[in-house]
Design a protein around this ligand. Structure first.
Ligand code: ATP
Ligand code: MG
Length: 261
């Protein structure tokens, strides 16, 4: 089937900016009778922030998890560059997950470890850095999120907003090529939201590609290049963030102005 081949490399060699780094083709996923994804087709271009919007339960988190092989689709393909990942073994997925970071909806830190230990963990597991290099890298990453001085604390000693920032710090510590953010600012106060938005913009400016899931309009329009709307198992609308902001499309308008779930 022609559409399943990685043929869309036309622009890739000539225009680095527009080259897709992720391609989702004909993805379908059901849980029992619940057909969450019916036919998802989506591209994420190099260096952009693509935001996925959609009602609660529309399958945004399932789609993010699928992009790093945490969910196996029933049908369809996902390409990370030219590598098809839905069929990879857990062992082969390790190398993909080193390059694609996932910021969990709820922090997901190890409660019994200090902030230093939480952040050092992926570096110890996946790099050859020595103890001093790891410590330096952790401190440098904490600084990026204005979390200096927290390294000896445990998650329970931090506010919810700080915990979320530590979660982001842990996700970016491996210098990922792509970051998947699941509701990174939802429920946060303006200060903590702003810290996370700042780091998202900084990472984007340094060329990191991202997929963002959020309902938070402020975050969406502060960072997104493009927006894709997930509804009834397909990408119902997709376009540049600026275009969609003023769109008259009832679905888009409803989401942005809070008339639609
Ligand atoms: N492991 C699972 N087993 C069974 N059903 C699941 C599983 N994971 C997700 N689902 C179902 O898939 C649907 C989509 O879930 P998902 O978490 O992706 O929604 P979402 O768009 O992220 O919603 P929210 O905005 O509330 O986070 C839901 O109906 C959910 O109940
Ligand atoms: Mg979700």
């Amino acid at each position: 089937m022609a559409s399943t081949q990685p043929t869309s490399d036309k622009g890739r060699r000539n225009t680095g900016e527009q080259a897709p780094v992720i391609r989702v083709i004909g993805l379908a996923k059901s849980y029992g009778k619940n057909a969450v994804h019916k036919d998802i087709n989506l591209m994420v271009n190099n260096g952009e922030i693509l935001t996925l919007m959609g009602g609660s339960g529309s399958g945004k988190s399932v789609l993010l998890r699928s992009l790093i092989g945490l969910e196996k689709p029933d049908r369809g393909e996902i390409y990370f560059h030219d590598q098809e990942i839905t069929q990879l073994s857990e062992e082969d997925l390790i190398s993909v997950r080193k390059r694609i970071a996932y910021v969990f909806q709820y922090g997901a830190l190890f409660d019994s470890l200090t902030v230093m230990e939480n952040l050092a963990y992926p570096l110890i597991e996946h790099t050859q850095l020595d103890e001093k290099q790891i410590r330096d890298k952790v401190l440098e990453t904490l600084k990026k999120l204005n979390l200096e001085g927290t390294h000896n604390l445990r998650p329970a000693d931090l506010s919810g907003g700080m915990q979320r920032r530590v979660g982001v710090a842990r996700s970016i510590i491996m210098d990922p090529e792509i970051i998947l953010y699941d509701e990174p600012t939802t429920g946060l106060d303006p200060y903590n939201s702003k810290q996370i938005i700042n780091i998202m913009v900084q990472l984007k400016n340094s060329g990191v590609t991202a997929v963002l899931v959020t309902h938070d309009m402020h975050t969406i329009f502060a960072v997104s290049d493009r927006i894709a709307f997930l509804k009834d198992g397909v990408i119902a609308v997709e376009g540049a963030a600026e275009e969609l902001r003023t769109s008259k499309n009832p679905l888009v308008h409803g989401f942005i102005h809070g008339d639609t779930m």
